[in-house]
Ligand binder design. Structure first.
Ligand code: AMP
Ligand code: MG
Length: 412
């Protein structure tokens, strides 16, 4: 380490690092500012109000089948023959009561007429002139969703802090919310660093690389509900880097990439330290992504992500994504691992938690995960082949073919 660098803190395990980020973000406290947005803009945002059902859901006993609305006591045995009183289409209702021994044709989504409490599917009936023969017995409320069974009027259907995915947006629409109160999108500054990194609209010299990290980080930030702010490429030069980081302090959080390893020109931590940063950790026992820095500077959380594009991608998804959610008041949504069977054995260096680009596929009954061919942590071509990461935790032995292993789906 160079003279003047911030002190090295102990390397944390993946779980310890995640818990550290969670603890820091969730104790930070201040409730996020809110705004009212039209429903069409609510996706991926975090709800800042409780939402209640404006009426019972469903609002009536609703048929889930095309068939015949019956009184279940009339059809407790197969073979009953009922008098057909009429028809109820979805969007209409039947004005008269259906008496004993009678029935009405009913379509999916229509309200059951008074007197009836079950629906017999059309496939289980046979017309007999103006009567209907019921070929199978039906119990009370068969093929019916009862009024108020999903939610009762006034009941809370979505709590403040809930992330609005497509299903939640649909629910908001169904209870008549044309607008929703959500937390504002936090502004997340994105600062790639490196003298070899050039803007994507410039033709790189043979010894330069295009800035792929900014666009990738912006996509992760957007999908996490944040507002990405790409503020240009920081050089491997202290003063210029400091100017850029000072500008970035206007944001709610900072994502830096590159310049956090042990190289002679890795100045990110030095500059942050000069600006008074507190460092919570500076390396994590994961691969890719070991030189991962997390701290707070002038009241703003920052991540110093390793510059290799796959390292940036993995660490951003694991740590920065839930941190953005926490800034929005959704709590800290820890990455959720799924399980699959490993297609071929992998070698696992002891002590590190390894994330390897992989594909998960359903074969026969079990999901099977196979590692994709990749050239290491610079290889975005390999990542683009993958739909998940194979996760082997530090302390676990190398898994054999057929073992159940953890996978982290690539969600966006
Ligand atoms: P660093 O973490 O600065 O040592 O960079 C590690 C590797 O990632 C180097 O090969 C860099 O050229 C590459 N790299 C750093 N920043 C970016 C970026 N914004 N876009 C693409 N590659 C990058
Ligand atoms: Mg660099």
């Amino acid at each position: 380490m160079r003279a003047g660098s911030p002190p090295v803190t102990k390397m944390l395990s993946f779980e310890e690092a995640l818990s550290e980020v969670e603890a820091r973000l969730t104790s930070a406290g201040a409730a996020p500012a809110t705004e009212v947005v039209p429903l069409g803009q609510a996706w991926a945002r975090v709800l800042a109000e409780d939402v209640t059902a404006d009426r019972d859901y469903p609002p009536f006993n609703r048929s889930t089948r095309d068939g015949f609305a019956v009184r279940s006591e009339d059809v407790s045995q197969a073979g009953s023959v009922l008098i057909l009183d009429g028809e109820i289409r979805a969007g209409e209702y039947f004005k008269a009561e259906i008496g004993p021994g009678h029935c009405a044709a009913i379509m999916t989504g229509a309200p059951l007429p008074t007197g009836t409490d079950a629906v017999v599917m059309i496939e289980h009936t046979r017309p007999q002139g103006d009567k209907i023969e019921i070929e199978r017995p039906a119990a009370a409320f068969e093929n019916v969703v009862r009024k108020g069974s999903e939610a009762q009027a006034g009941q809370r259907v979505l709590a403040k802090g809930r992330r609005l995915r497509a299903g939640e947006v649909g629910l908001l629409a169904s209870v008549g919310k044309t607008h929703a109160t959500v937390s504002i999108r936090p502004r997340i500054a994105i600062i790639p660093t490196g003298d070899e990194v050039v803007p994507i609209d410039r033709r790189p010299e043979w010894y330069q690389v295009r800035n792929s990290n900014s666009a990738m980080l912006a996509a992760v930030v957007t999908s996490a509900g944040g507002n990405p702010w790409e503020i240009g490429i920081g050089p491997d030069q202290k003063d210029a880097l400091q100017n850029l980081i000072e500008k970035a302090l206007e944001a709610d959080m900072l994502l830096l990439s590159g310049g956090v390893s042990m190289g002679k020109y890795d100045f990110v931590e030095d500059v942050l330290a000069d600006l008074g940063a507190e460092f919570y950790f500076r390396s994590v026992a994961i691969r890719p992504g070991k030189p991962l820095v997390f701290g707070r500077v002038q009241g703003k959380f920052f991540f110093g992500l390793p510059g290799n594009p796959v390292s940036t991608f993995v660490t951003c998804n694991l740590f920065a994504r839930p941190a953005i959610g926490a800034l929005m008041g959704s709590g800290f949504e820890r990455p959720a691992f799924l399980r699959a069977r490993l297609a071929k054995p992998v070698r696992h260096p002891a002590g590190l938690t390894i994330f390897t680009p992989a594909r998960i596929e359903s074969r026969d009954d079990d999901p099977v995960v196979s590692v994709v061919g990749w050239q290491g942590s610079g290889d975005l071509v390999g990542v683009a082949e993958a739909n998940c990461f194979l996760v082997v935790h530090g302390g676990q032995p190398s898994p054999a073919a057929g073992n159940w292993v953890d996978v982290l789906p690539i969600s966006s």
